[in-house]
Design a binder for this molecule. Structure first.
Ligand SMILES: Cc1cc2nc3c(=O)[nH]c(=O)nc-3n(C[C@H](O)[C@H](O)[C@H](O)COP(=O)(O)OP(=O)(O)OC[C@H]3O[C@@H](n4cnc5c(N)ncnc54)[C@H](O)[C@@H]3O)c2cc1C
Length: 475
């Protein structure tokens, strides 16, 4: 498809208002539109939409898409805007389709062990509703209190429980999707097996709003874990910390989380939250391990076993957080690393998200630190280390004008991703591609892979109106 996109004219707006109601269309209100101009990648990447629509149900989403495709106006679906790759930023203007009003938990179905929800449900609200009925929704991005489940599906969110339960892809059993034409399709359902053709369901997961709008989500629920305990192992250097991870994961205990954070990330975050961590002055890197057990005896045996492994690998102390308060104190630091770095530097880029095989993590961390020196970028490292997933949180170098920083940071990450690929990894484990990582994605995929990506895009979205400028090469 070639040619330019259509504009959001007063005629288009009048049609949208007539279809979904005045109250659900924002137009010519600069302040209100600015609220939808960027995600958590940062305001330096903002692009204002021409209009924002807030449909209340799938029929309204379908009506919006029918108008948008007739006028060939770009549409960017938006969840909570907590994304870190600029995926929800309307880089070509047009319409932002916010799913914030579609926020009902429709059903917790204990027989089929699923939840059926609208996409605007906050992830943590789904977790709480499932827990009330004795189930676990196992998706756990560190943004769980802000992100929406639709955004989690859009990005194939990972997080702190992937080592045990997998990324969002593993939890999604069914989706209702409005295609760019306005047609509504049901993919998957309340079942766990499906060999009935290509999995269009799984293609939607992680598609970053480039294929259609998700209007309903059916997710798998797990039994609630028994008791959990959190261990904080303190290490004198990164290498010994990393050497522990494979041994812990293979220890035969039920490890739910295995997270790490380095000295710099810990320092700025504990300054921010106001509570230091145990042994902080001597620690180069922490490993935070959460283990599950059915009863007190099992949990005690598990944490003793894991604690011994940590010490044998070089941890100089292992703090066992048995009380809720201690556990909260530790997880509060883990969950606030991004905020801590943003408090240290409001321009801090949070988009670093490389993944490598676990065996290559020590080399990757060394490479990140070498590149940080070369590019003069202060970096705090953290991540879901058992998944090989490292988040280098990159602060703006002193004295650099903010308007130069966005591109500089992405060049820095570009070189880092090339190194990750050489180590057998990829450029993003969970934050996605958005528009920030698109040039790097294209340069690290083969021509055949790029051709197939584009063919899939065009099969869903022949007019290329869905979130243009993201994930796949545009026209
Ligand atoms: C402090 C912090 C910690 C974070 N920790 C993690 C983490 O541990 N793991 C992780 O994976 N991410 C993490 N993130 C990133 C972010 O929270 C996730 O990417 C999240 O899944 C985005 O959800 P959202 O609702 O904010 O989506 P948005 O940012 O609004 O959108 C993300 C993408 O999904 C698409 N999308 C949204 N809704 C729909 C829909 N209904 N239909 C089709 N497409 C849609 C958008 O077009 C966009 O491409 C973190 C972010 C922050 C700020």
């Amino acid at each position: 498809m070639s040619g330019v996109y259509g504009k959001v004219t007063p005629e288009v707006v009048a049609e949208l208002r007539q279809k979904i109601g005045d109250r659900n269309v924002v137009y010519e209100d600069r302040d209100a539109l600015e609220n939808y101009a960027c995600d958590t990648a940062g305001v330096i990447f903002a692009h204002n939409p021409d209009a924002v629509v807030k449909p209340e149900n799938a029929e309204q989403v379908s009506a919006v898409m029918e108008t948008a495709s007739r006028y060939r106006v770009p549409v960017t679906p938006r969840g909570a805007g907590s994304g870190l790759a600029g995926a929800a930023i309307p880089v070509k203007g047009g319409i932002v389709l916010s799913i914030e009003k579609m926020n009902r938990i429709l059903e917790i179905d204990p027989v089929n062990r699923v939840a059926v929800v609208e996409p605007g449900v906050v992830t943590n609200d789904l977790c709480k509703a499932a827990a009330e009925k004795g189930f676990l929704y196992a998706g756990y991005p560190m943004s769980t209190e802000t992100s929406f489940i639709g955004g989690n599906v859009g990005t194939n969110a990972g997080g702190g429980k992937v080592i045990r339960y997998g990324s969002t892809r593993r939890h999604v059993l069914g989706l209702e999707v409005v295609l760019p034409s306005g047609a509504v399709v049901q993919l998957g359902g309340k079942f766990r097996k499906d060999t009935w053709g290509y999995s269009l369901l799984q293609l939607m997961v992680g598609s970053e709003g480039t294929l259609g709008v998700i209007t309903k989500v059916i997710v798998n629920l797990e039994p609630l874990p028994g008791r959990t305990v959190n261990l904080l192992a303190a290490y004198p250097d990164l290498d010994t910390m990393v050497s522990t991870v494979a041994k812990v994961v293979q220890s035969g205990t039920r490890v739910i989380s295995c997270e790490f954070f380095d000295r710099f990330a810990t320092k700025v975050t504990t300054d921010y939250v106001g509570t230091p961590l145990p042994y902080q002055d001597r620690t180069e890197a922490y490993l935070l391990i959460q283990i599950e057990g059915n009863n007190d005896d099992e949990i005690e045996a598990a944490y003793e076993k894991v604690g011994k492994i940590c010490e044998a690998q070089g941890a100089f102390e292992v703090f066992v957080a048995e009380s809720r308060i201690d556990s909260q104190m530790i997880w509060n630091v883990r969950q606030n690393l991004a905020e801590g770095m943003r408090a240290y530097d409001p321009y801090c880029s949070l988009s670093g998200d490389v993944v490598v095989p676990l065996s290559a993590v020590p080399s990757m961390i060394k490479t990140i630190n070498r590149l940080a020196e070369k590019w003069r970028v202060p970096v705090g490292n953290c991540g879901h280390i058992a998944d090989g997933n490292i988040h280098p949180l990159a602060a703006k170098p002193d004295g650099m004008p903010p308007e130069e920083w966005g591109e500089y940071a992405e060049q820095f990450f570009h070189e880092m991703i090339e190194e990750a690929v050489k180590l057998g990894g990829v450029g993003s484990g969970e934050h996605g591609v958005g528009f920030l990582k698109l040039p790097t994605l294209l340069s690290t995929k083969t021509p055949e892979e790029r051709r197939i990506h584009r063919a899939i895009k065009l099969a869903f979205d022949p007019l290329e109106i869905m979130n243009p400028g993201k994930l796949v090469q545009g026209e």
